[in-house]
Design a protein around this ligand. Structure first.
Ligand code: SF4
Length: 710
């Protein structure tokens, strides 16, 4: 995977944007300029890259916004000064020790990112849970896929995606629920397009309140009302049961909970469900017929299900369709949750959320805590039994004064958190804010007492895991500018300044080796895997041991043995009730937020690339022409979207691709020229799923008015 020629050095790596996990070949010339192409030998993308991946070299070569050296200040009203790494980490350790001594370990928190490499996730999790002694380590992945984590655990016994991308070519039906992979996971969607070209029998169902680019490939678009996914999935389940189109042998031998499920889904007729969903009964029945006719059936979903106050139940209700039809653990069948971030999955493997332990161990299981404590060579009882603060809870705790210090790395919560003005207030109240960042343009810098310059994607080595459990190795492509350091090194140096032992790793390979050893004899077992093997093989799927095969495990549950106590998959039942905030006469429209094709997350990288702005250059509000006409709004008019939490001012785009009563804002924009009026999260609400703690980004009540200057 490393080819040297006279003038250039080619190295393999993995795209740092979405969870598809495309392989990249990066060339560096003698001047250090990097060029990028798709890795033709990578099993995920076979040389293809989407617009974001193709333009990655611009962000790599442009260091104009980079932070070059550490900075700190001694008081809030003082400016930060350039300092040495030793000084900044000694001072930070001293502040953390003082706060921990005075208020206890739960007075500090770390907020990380699904963009962190697995090695970085591993050391920060070890530092916080094993040595500081708090579980206050969470990540922006909480905003993205924590509902899927909980859904898998509750239905299959563990957080695991059972299928692989190759199953796409083996399926004859893909049900895409609450996702727009044509824009958000483009290379994976290209595989679907090619599979459909080759096999016209492959059918696609899409459920989404918006008619997105993904719908152009759909045989059936279920344009349901926001928040009615469970109603739809239950109605399809009922239609399958009514028509004897379930798999009785699979249900009998490999599941539990079917009878309760049957009772729940029979509480409402398909016709009643159709009215609630705002779609035709015949379309629900057609979806059920398509599932019944399929030999291979994949369910595929992302934020439309996850980012919801009922996100876990939405996940479970969709997975139930695989379970009642026996479409799991066989080629071309199973649930496939897509991850938004490149290493959300790797973070899950090392236990990088406030309620997890490494290798899918359970924080609240004393045996599991003891195993990890023994492995980390720490005092028995050091790992706290209670989950720590989640992403949104951290900022609530800062506002309430319970949390004193927060360390934010590799993410910008001032764009991405719901009801984001609350997060701004929280950072003002914090006693101490550490920001580990690559760009001085992040709004977080304004609040930082300490700024730690981090190496960017191309400037460090490590691993990431994509949405199909495939672990890939990222070569270091170039040196970091100035004094920037890899995130893992920053964390390990800080841990040593705190006086903790076990953080003197010689390199990232040694961190990976320790992480891999901790997975031994678990369902995530990669104990025989190493950086050296990954460099040679490019990417393998966990579990991976010498006894499995050279490329790991493509598919889980092929023997129909699930990871639950009974070894049966659990068909979960729950009431079908949308707990989102209610629309009202004052705020009668439902705001849903999401992504556009050529931007990624908070635009800290893609926002720097002019080419990517050519697709959509500014934020906008998509609304139905009828809703617009009622408000005397025309195409391109400046409109104000408002509710009790805040307001946003953007141009209107009228489209009958969106359901009447629903409006859509992209989630990417933060402050533009010091104005935060493009920021969708001024409007989103504070509700979270009670189980996953994932916010309800897809359902906030708003009103829209034509904006006229006062
Ligand atoms: Fe990168 Fe995702 Fe595009 Fe692949 S599909 S190139 S991983 S952004």
């Amino acid at each position: 995977s490393e080819i040297k020629t006279n003038s250039i050095e080619k190295k393999t790596t993995i795209c740092c944007y979405c969870g598809v996990g495309c392989g990249i070949m990066a060339d560096t010339d003698k001047l250090g300029r990097v060029t990028i192409e798709g890795d033709a030998d990578h099993p995920v993308n076979r040389g293809q890259l989407c617009s974001k991946g193709r333009n990655l070299h611009y962000t790599v070569n442009d260091t104009s916004d980079r932070i070059f050296y550490p900075e700190m200040r001694y008081a809030r009203n003082q400016p930060r000064q350039k300092v040495s790494w030793d000084s900044v980490l000694e001072r930070t350790a001293a502040v953390f020790k003082t706060l921990i001594d005075k208020y206890g370990p739960d007075a500090v928190a770390f907020y990380a990112s699904g963009q962190c490499l697995t090695e970085e996730y591993y050391v920060i999790n070890k530092l916080v849970k094993g040595f500081i002694g708090t579980n206050n380590i969470d990540t922006n992945s909480r905003l993205c896929m924590s509902s899927a984590v909980a859904g898998y655990k509750m239905s299959l016994g563990e957080d695991c995606v059972p299928v692989c991308y190759d199953d796409i070519e083996l399926a004859d039906l893909i049900f895409v629920a609450g996702a727009n992979p044509a824009w958000c996971h483009p290379i994976l969607w290209q595989r679907v397009e090619k599979a459909k070209e080759k096999n016209p029998a492959l059918k696609i169902i899409v459920s989404d309140p918006r008619k997105t680019q993904t719908c152009s490939l759909a045989d059936l678009h279920l344009q349901l009302n926001p928040g009615t996914d469970i109603t739809l999935h239950h109605a399809i389940g009922r239609a399958l049961i009514e028509n004897d189109d379930v798999d009785p042998a699979f249900i009998e031998n490999h599941t539990e909970g079917f009878e309760t499920y049957r009772a729940i889904v029979f509480e409402r007729t398909v016709a009643e469900a159709a009215i609630i969903c705002g779609i035709e009964e015949s379309d629900i029945r057609m979806a059920a017929r398509m599932i019944a006719d399929a030999n291979g059936f994949i369910t595929m979903w992302t934020m439309g299900l996850n980012q919801s106050v009922i996100g876990v139940n939405k996940n479970l209700s969709l997975i139930n369709l695989n379970l009642i039809t026996g479409h799991i653990g066989k080629p071309g069948s199973g649930p496939l949750s897509l991850t938004g971030q490149p290493n959300a999955m790797g973070g899950r493997e090392v236990g990088g959320l406030s309620n997890l332990l490494p290798a899918h161990r359970d924080l609240q299981n004393p045996q599991h805590r003891a195993e990890v404590e023994q492995f980390w060579n720490i005092m028995p009882g050091k790992i706290a039994a209670q989950p720590g603060l989640t992403a949104t809870e951290m900022f609530d705790a800062l506002n309430e004064g319970r949390l004193k210090a927060i360390w934010v790395l590799c993410t910008n919560p001032l764009i991405s958190l719901p009801d984001v003005r609350k997060a701004e207030a929280a950072l003002q109240k914090a006693k101490f804010v550490v920001v580990q960042e690559i760009s001085h343009q992040s709004e977080m810098i304004k609040y930082a007492d300490v700024v730690l310059p981090a190496a960017a994607w191309a400037e460090k080595e490590g691993t990431m895991t994509n949405a199909e459990r495939r672990i890939g190795y990222l070569h270091k492509i170039k040196e970091a500018p100035g004094e920037a350091l890899p995130d893992a090194e920053i964390i390990c140096r800080f841990a040593q300044k705190m006086g903790y032992k076990g953080f003197d790793y010689p390199n990232a390979a040694a961190i990976f080796a320790e992480h891999a050893a901790l997975t031994k004899d678990t369902h995530v077992d990669i104990s025989d895997l190493s950086h050296a093997i990954l460099k040679e093989k490019r990417a393998v799927q966990w579990p991976y041991t010498k006894t499995i095969n050279g490329h790991g495990t493509a598919r889980l549950f092929t023997d129909k043995t699930f990871y639950t106590a009974s070894q049966r998959a659990i068909i979960r039942s729950f009431p079908d009730e949308n707990l989102s905030e209610k629309i009202s006469p004052d705020f009668p429209l439902i705001l849903t937020t999401g992504r556009i094709r050529d931007q990624w997350h908070t635009m800290s990288k893609t926002g720097k690339v002019n080419k990517l702005k050519q697709h959509i250059s500014e934020s906008f509000l998509e609304m139905h022409p009828e809703d617009a006409a009622q408000r005397k709004i025309r195409e391109n008019d400046l409109v104000e979207i408002a509710n009790e939490r805040g307001h946003v001012r953007v141009k209107a785009r009228l489209s009958d691709n969106i359901k009447q009563g629903v409006v859509f804002l992209p989630m990417h924009w933060g402050k533009v020229l010091d104005s935060d009026l493009n920021r969708a999260n001024n409007l989103t609400n504070n509700l979270v799923d009670p189980q996953s703690k994932e916010p309800d980004f897809k359902f906030s009540a708003v009103e829209v008015k034509l904006y006229t200057k006062p």
